[in-house]
Design a protein around this ligand. Structure first.
Ligand code: GKR
Ligand code: MG
Length: 434
């Protein structure tokens, strides 16, 4: 099935002021939506990280895509490997996901793989998961993803969004926000984005969550690499009960060496809390060292930069082979990405942790899926029986997203710049900060 066009839609979507150790989310986040058009007029879609660099990358790939066969496009375009030079730091320690030049090719490839699967699914009348061997679950569990934040729901001036959650800076506010998210979505696992306030306060937030939610809900804590070894060890010790039973500590320190050393110290002290990563481990090339040094016990995959859905299936098998757990990372996204993430999890039996999602932080005003926001049932996204990913584009909404981008909003994710603009003109990312 010959591809006759690749349409590339850069959009900006409102984003609330969420904190992480990278800084603060700006009022708009960039995304790119692509449409692969086939010779018989069918369209396959995907959603990707956005911004100017991503837009240029998609445009550069366009000539290689036009004329390709949708069935064999993945094999034809698969990147040869890693674009990082030997010895280069290709982690996400210093770069937010979606801004890492070393996985730029993988990000474009991922979106093309997903759009080609959507296209083939539509042509064959089968859901994407059926093209990859079939679903192992009918509904995919996601986790509540709590953030510290300023007041505000994203967007600006007359384009500002409602804010359901208000300012979140205290343990009580974290617990209340998660309670609210759970009552709306039904999530059964919870992650707190940390690395924002002194660790003592963030440990209190985890204790407040445990008190609020009871003993059954697994809790995860992710400071995106900004703790020292000593601090990370103290947090692991102090929260050994709270993070047990299916919880984990995600990227507590920077780099695979740091993670491996922390693991050694924790095990010597009898602390078995698993260490998870999407910062130190960002692709297949990181696995040999991670495994050899026992630096990471749970890998967070992401179909947006690991290479699409088939690569997540490969990763699942590798994780099982090496006795690693598998979870899923997210970044600000809309419903097309959510469905791609859900199909990835539906065809990967080894993925046993509820997937991350930023989706509750986005608003219906920005959704580009026809029919509005995807509905969760008991914390899960049901996998539809409809062809492809199971969602269509709402072209009016897409045009609104394009218009926001055209107005100059959300051209690059710059959390550190936003932190300097709104909080502290001298702010810079510091590792370790605590
Ligand atoms: O959205 O600020 C954020 C997150 O910090 C994101 O950029 C991370 O990539 O959620 C991610 C994570 O798990 O590290
Ligand atoms: Mg993380």
């Amino acid at each position: 099935m010959r591809i006759t066009d690749l349409k590339i839609h850069p959009i900006a979507i409102a984003d609330p002021p969420l904190f992480s150790s990278y800084g603060l989310h700006a009022s708009y986040a960039p995304r790119i939506v692509i449409e692969l058009v086939s010779e018989d007029g069918l369209i396959g879609i995907a959603e990707a990280h956005g911004g100017e660099a991503a837009l240029a990358a998609f445009q550069a790939w366009r000539p290689r895509v036009i004329g390709a066969d949708a069935f064999t496009l993945p094999a034809r375009l698969l990147p040869a490997g890693d674009s990082a030079e030997p010895g280069a730091d290709r982690s996400q320690t210093w770069r937010v996901p979606g801004e890492n030049p070393f996985d730029a090719d993988w990000r474009v490839y991922s979106a093309l793989e997903i759009a080609s699967l959507d296209l083939l699914g539509r042509a064959l009348g089968r859901p994407v998961c059926d093209l990859l061997g079939g679903r192992v679950r009918d509904a995919v569990p996601f986790s509540a993803y709590a953030f510290y934040k300023l007041a505000g729901g994203g967007g600006e001036a007359e384009d500002a969004r409602d804010d359901q959650y208000g300012e979140i800076r205290t343990p009580a506010a974290v617990a209340a926000s998660v309670r609210r998210m759970i009552s709306e979505y039904g999530f059964r696992e919870v992650k707190l984005k940390a690395g924002v306030f002194p660790p003592r306060e963030e440990m209190e937030a985890i204790r407040a969550l445990r008190a609020e939610l009871g003993p059954e809900i697994p809790l995860r804590l992710d400071p995106n690499s900004v703790w020292s070894l000593t601090t990370a060890f103290d947090v692991a010790l102090g929260l050994r009960q709270e993070l047990a039973q299916g919880g984990y500590l995600e990227d507590p320190v920077a780099g695979l060496d740091g993670m491996a050393e922390l693991r050694r110290q924790m095990r010597a002290a009898g602390l078995e809390t698993p260490l998870a990563s999407n910062v130190a481990v960002t692709g297949f090339q990181d696995l040999p060292a991670a495994i050899a040094n026992d630096a990471v016990q749970i890998v967070l995959c992401d179909p947006h930069y690991w290479g699409g859905l088939r690569q997540i299936q490969h990763l699942g098998r590798l994780c099982a082979t090496f006795h690693l757990g598998l979870s899923m990372h997210s970044n600000t996204h809309l419903g097309v990405s959510l469905m791609a993430m859900a199909h990835a999890a539906a065809v990967t039996p080894q993925l046993q942790f509820a997937c991350d999602t930023h989706y509750p932080w986005q608003s219906a005003e920005d959704e580009i899926v026809a029919g509005g926001r995807i509905r969760f049932h008991e914390g899960c996204v049901p996998i539809p029986g409809r062809p492809g990913l199971g969602v269509d584009l709402d072209y009016d909404q897409l045009a609104r997203g394009r218009e926001r981008y055209r107005r100059g909003w959300g051209h690059r994710r710059d959390d550190a710049g936003e932190m300097r603009r709104r909080i502290d003109p001298a702010w810079r990312r510091q590792i370790p900060r605590w």
